[in-house]
Design a protein around this ligand. Structure first.
Ligand SMILES: O=c1ccc(O)c[nH]1
Length: 348
């Protein structure tokens, strides 16, 4: 449902203020063919209102003839910035990049962040951006989860459906997604509201049941028949189930890359303003499904890349699978119980 330019401009002003944008700082807005015009026009107004020097860098699309999905998160790793020294120089010379195109899971994103530039991803439609404007409370909740991840050596995920997954932790940092970029060199995604990390390489084993109603992304489907995934030494080695399982496997095989079957990030949803059911009300191409990734109490796991945390696995195949009704425990301490969030701050 549409929102007004005024409402989205105010939302941008809030997010840029939370991101500590200062007068005279330089903002580069990365755009592409799928950038929403209202998101762009209101970002420009809000960034100028903050006194920033605002540039636009419009990128030509890549990978279109290789990908089997139009979702920008479906085919990752190479972007219009890959091998593009001029565009990289502009991003690195900026204090803040507003990514309205999607660089996520690319070595170029990591390289820009290393220069101290902040990157904020924002590609959801305007009404979802406005509904999920981040807050300091979101940040506090995600940070509390991140502290627990950083202090833990094991994540165990179980469910009545039969999930039983054990992941060793410690090799990789916690990645916090609370929707704004308030530190130099930080990446975040507006909208979001979840914490994640990666299992230690090769140290993730067990069974994951993707049950009825659980979500496959970028398919944007609610699974109708359970998928039984066998995880061995950090890779999904078997997928058994009905047509959902066959469709997923067929899609992943198109990449012809065994690294796409590796476990990627693992974590849980903390956003109580996001809902499991929202995805079902949108056409597939209208959203990348951030409500599905962020709804409070999900267990979100992913397959594919680990470049976000400095890993070498730059596979183009990236699958996100949020599960309901799981229990997630860190060194035995439950953070989600049967799909319901445990309030860490209250429990402390
Ligand atoms: O914000 C995001 C989006 C996709 C993903 O896999 C991780 N975080």
């Amino acid at each position: 449902m549409a929102i007004s330019d005024h409402e989205l401009t105010e939302a941008w002003k809030t997010v840029l203020a939370l991101s500590r944008l200062e007068p005279e700082q330089t903002v580069t807005i990365l755009t592409g063919p799928n950038t929403h015009p209202q998101t762009l026009s209101t970002a420009i107004v809000a960034a100028q209102a903050a006194g920033a020097i605002v540039n636009r860098l419009d990128m030509l699309p890549v990978n279109g003839a290789r990908a089997h999905s139009r979702d920008p998160l479906a085919y990752v790793g190479s972007t219009p910035l890959t091998g593009n020294a001029a565009a990289m120089a502009m991003c690195k010379a900026s204090d803040l990049v507003l990514d309205l195109m999607l660089l996520l899971f690319s070595p170029e994103q990591a390289e820009i962040l290393e220069s101290g530039t902040k990157i904020l991803l924002a590609v959801e439609p305007p009404e979802i951006l406005a509904r999920l404007v981040p807050t300091e409370e979101d940040k506090a909740r995600v940070q509390a989860a991140g502290r627990l991840i950083a202090a833990s050596t094991e994540m165990r995920v179980t469910s009545a459906a039969g999930t039983d997954l054990i992941c060793a932790l410690g090799q990789y940092p916690a990645v916090l997604e609370y929707g704004f970029v308030d530190e130099p060199g930080r990446w975040d995604h507006w909208p979001s509201g979840f914490a994640l990390t990666w299992p230690d390489e090769g140290a993730c084993n067990g069974t994951i049941i993707v049950d009825r109603g659980d979500i496959l992304l970028p398919m944007k489907s609610y699974v109708a028949e359970p998928i039984v995934m066998t995880v061995k030494d950090g890779y999904v080695t078997r997928m058994e189930g009905g047509v959902d399982a066959e469709l997923l496997w067929d899609y992943m095989e198109a990449f012809n890359d065994p690294e796409g079957f590796a476990m990627s990030h693992i974590g849980w949803g903390l956003q109580d303003r996001a809902r499991w059911s929202t995805l079902g009300l949108y056409d597939r191409e209208q959203t990348i499904g951030m409500d599905a990734r962020a709804f409070a109490g999900n267990f979100l796991f992913s397959l594919g890349p680990n470049t976000e945390v400095g890993g070498e696995r730059n596979t183009a195949c990236h699958i996100d699978i949020p599960l309901r009704r799981c229990t997630v425990a860190l060194d035995g301490r439950e953070v989600v119980r049967e799909g319901r969030l445990i309030d860490l701050e209250a429990a402390q």
